[in-house]
Design a protein around this ligand. Structure first.
Ligand code: NDP
Length: 599
């Protein structure tokens, strides 16, 4: 049913009121990095650091980051005949996000068939529609082993400098473990959400109990393990979880199972829709697993979310594709003589309000206490914040040992030696778990921990100081043989980031294979091609996802609006489908348009 004008106006007014409560002048500066100031929280709780000798050698390809990006690029290079690929990562093993995030309940939010890369190449069938973290980490190990990516890898190693040496047309790489080696090519895939952040709550450093970030879960303290064993040491512990984003939502039900008491500190409720997880049926999987199936699934997902011709089938058929379908149906239902930007926007609003009404009604249906239910309702458009899908989170608030502490948009006021203060009330706890997220807008240098010195001593940080400059999000002029695997200036915030990685890996492998076969020593984009790509990106008008009118969060620069620099991290203006179509045509043409190869 279409939202009536009255409904719509009052809902919109409520959205604006709730947003206003949360806007803060300090924006992203409200957060502090999880760094040396919190050494206990910043260390790797999962793998002991092993002593090793520094390396001083040469490899064809060095890749910073051993998460999905490094693994998939490494695999594609191995297929293309480049076997000496060195992954470097500060983690103790491969996996990236999935190495660090071992909190209880961690699970992918996009259907496994398109979330897990290289399923066809590894012949692996995911066990569930949305697999849990340990299975994703095991898949990362599978890729590393199958493609021989461990042999030369350096773990628990932070790159400290990357410098182009024109004399021998190589990159020189140094690390905090004393390594000093060269590589013909360098790739960087340090991830959009790899720098954990803590809320800058006054007194945070004073707390004397146990505290950790969700990406450094301390099972020594909680008991249990990442595979789902009950956290048996929490039976006498009062635990606080700060944060109710995609991470908080997933770990709350698991902590609730065993904690003496769990206090969930909420600033903004997430929208929590149905998950509907189930085991993958091997017969069904066999029926879809025809050659080329995973690419067809990627394409189908993107097609279902595109603005162009819509396929008749939806292989994915989950909360993500339902969002696009609902909007599309509304827009397509408009009389053809009444289609303009105003009616389209109104139709999108109607679809969204209808969906959010359903999501708010879901809270009422699942949470018994009326007051708690009211506080758990999200008052913003569904795509203002990362939509969540979970069947365990809301019912957890029916347990007598779980208390929602709603801060009415203001956040936790203070942390003391023994607990937390909200609305002047002190909550004594033994442990604080920070589900406070990651620094999304951090510069490339902050995310990776080093700068890159290209041709003529040019630093990447300086070159990108006024905004990102790339061809296809991947290569930058004056930084020969260097590749950045990222979603910016590429498919951007498509809800399935691995597709972006898989596509970039194909492009990298094709470029490197060509250079190697023809004996080229260097490849980089021409300045004009890079400029044309940046100009294209800047024609974008932003998206629903990044609107500054939304409630603040990392998706919209904490509601601070978008300056030129932020506009330059948009994706292709035509959306993910347009980007992938462009890259398919670019690769198929085989003429490497925009690139300059040199001997
Ligand atoms: P988020 O940044 O989404 O959430 C941080 C939470 O901390 C928010 O609820 C925020 O409130 C809250 N917070 C911050 N400061 C305070 C404060 N002072 N007092 C109280 N609360 C505070 O981080 P997540 O780790 O949850 O998620 C980050 C991203 O990681 C996701 O968007 C998703 O892309 C990815 N992710 C993916 C998963 C998957 O695919 N399965 C699972 C988990 C994460 P507020 O909203 O008001 O800012």
């Amino acid at each position: 049913m279409a939202a009536t004008m009255l409904d719509k106006a009052s809902v919109k007014q409520k959205y604006a009121q709730e947003r206003a409560k949360r806007l803060r002048p300090d924006g992203n500066a409200q957060y502090i990095p999880l760094d040396a100031r919190f050494p206990e929280m910043a260390t790797d709780p999962y793998t002991l650091v092993k002593a090793r000798e520094p390396v001083h050698d040469h490899v064809t390809f060095a890749f910073v980051g051993a998460g999905f990006s490094g693994l998939v690029v490494g695999a594609r290079l191995a297929e293309a005949g480049v076997s000496d690929v060195r992954l470097i990562d500060k983690a103790g093993d491969v996996g990236g996000t999935w190495y660090w995030n071992r909190y209880p309940g961690v699970q992918c939010d996009t259907v496994s068939m398109i979330y897990l890369p290289l399923l066809e190449e590894t012949g692996y069938m995911p066990s569930e529609r949305y697999v849990h973290g340990p299975e994703i980490r095991a898949h990362c190990n599978r890729i590393a082993d199958q493609f021989g990516l461990r042999d030369k890898a350096l773990f628990h190693t932070e790159v400290t400098s990357v410098e182009w040496q024109q004399s021998d047309q190589r990159w020189r790489i140094t690390t905090n473990r004393g390594d000093d080696f060269t590589a013909k090519y360098i790739g960087m895939g340090t991830g959009p959400l790899s720098v954990a952040k803590l809320p800058g709550i006054p007194g945070i450093e004073r707390f004397r109990g146990k505290a950790f970030h969700t990406s450094r879960w301390d099972y020594e303290y909680t008991g249990g393990n990442a595979n789902g064993a009950a956290m048996d040491k929490l039976g006498d512990k009062r635990v606080a979880i700060i944060g109710t984003g995609a991470t908080g939502i997933q770990c709350v039900p698991y902590v609730a199972r065993t904690a003496k008491h769990l206090f969930v500190f909420q600033r903004t409720p997430s929208s929590v829709d149905e998950r509907g997880n189930r085991a993958v049926d091997p017969d069904w999987f066999k029926s879809i697993a025809e050659p080329g199936w995973q690419q067809r699934w990627y394409d189908n997902f993107v097609d279902n979310q595109s603005r162009g011709v819509i396929p008749t089938e939806d292989y994915i058929n989950d909360g993500w594709t339902a969002i696009s379908r609902r909007i599309r149906e509304r827009v397509f239902a408009l009389p053809s003589d009444q289609i303009d930007m105003t009616t389209i926007r109104a139709a999108v609003d109607d679809a969204d309000i209808e969906k959010m009404n359903e999501i708010r009604a879901r809270v009422d249906a699942l949470v018994h206490d009326r007051e708690t239910a009211e506080k758990l309702k999200a008052w913003y458009s569904q795509l203002c914040k990362r939509p969540c899908f979970n069947d365990l989170y809301l019912p957890a608030f029916n347990q007598p040992n779980v208390t929602l502490v709603d801060t009415d948009g203001r956040g936790v006021e203070e942390i003391t030696e023994t607990g937390l203060v909200v609305n002047g009330q002190h909550y004594e706890v033994d442990c604080i778990v920070y589900a406070s997220g990651f620094d999304f807008g951090a510069s490339f240098q902050l995310k990776s921990g080093f700068d890159v010195k290209g041709r003529d001593g040019q630093f990447l940080s300086e070159y990108w100081d006024n905004g990102l400059r790339t061809l296809h999000g991947l290569q930058t002029h004056n930084f020969p043989n260097a590749f950045t695997v990222q979603m910016f200036q590429a498919a951007n915030l498509a809800s399935n980031i691995p597709h972006n990685i898989v596509d970039h890996a194909k492009t990298i492998a094709q470029i490197v294979a060509h250079a190697e076969a023809r004996g080229f020593a260097e490849v980089e984009p021409a300045l004009e091609a890079e400029q044309a790509w940046v100009d294209l990106v800047l024609t974008g008008t932003g998206s629903l996802i990044t609107s500054p009118d939304c409630t603040p969060g990392f998706w919209n620069n904490e509601g601070q609006g978008w300056d030129q620099k932020f506009r330059q991290i948009q994706g292709h203006p035509g959306g993910p489908k347009a980007f992938f179509d462009h890259m398919n045509q670019w690769r198929a043409a085989g003429d490497f348009k925009g690139l300059h190869f040199a001997k």
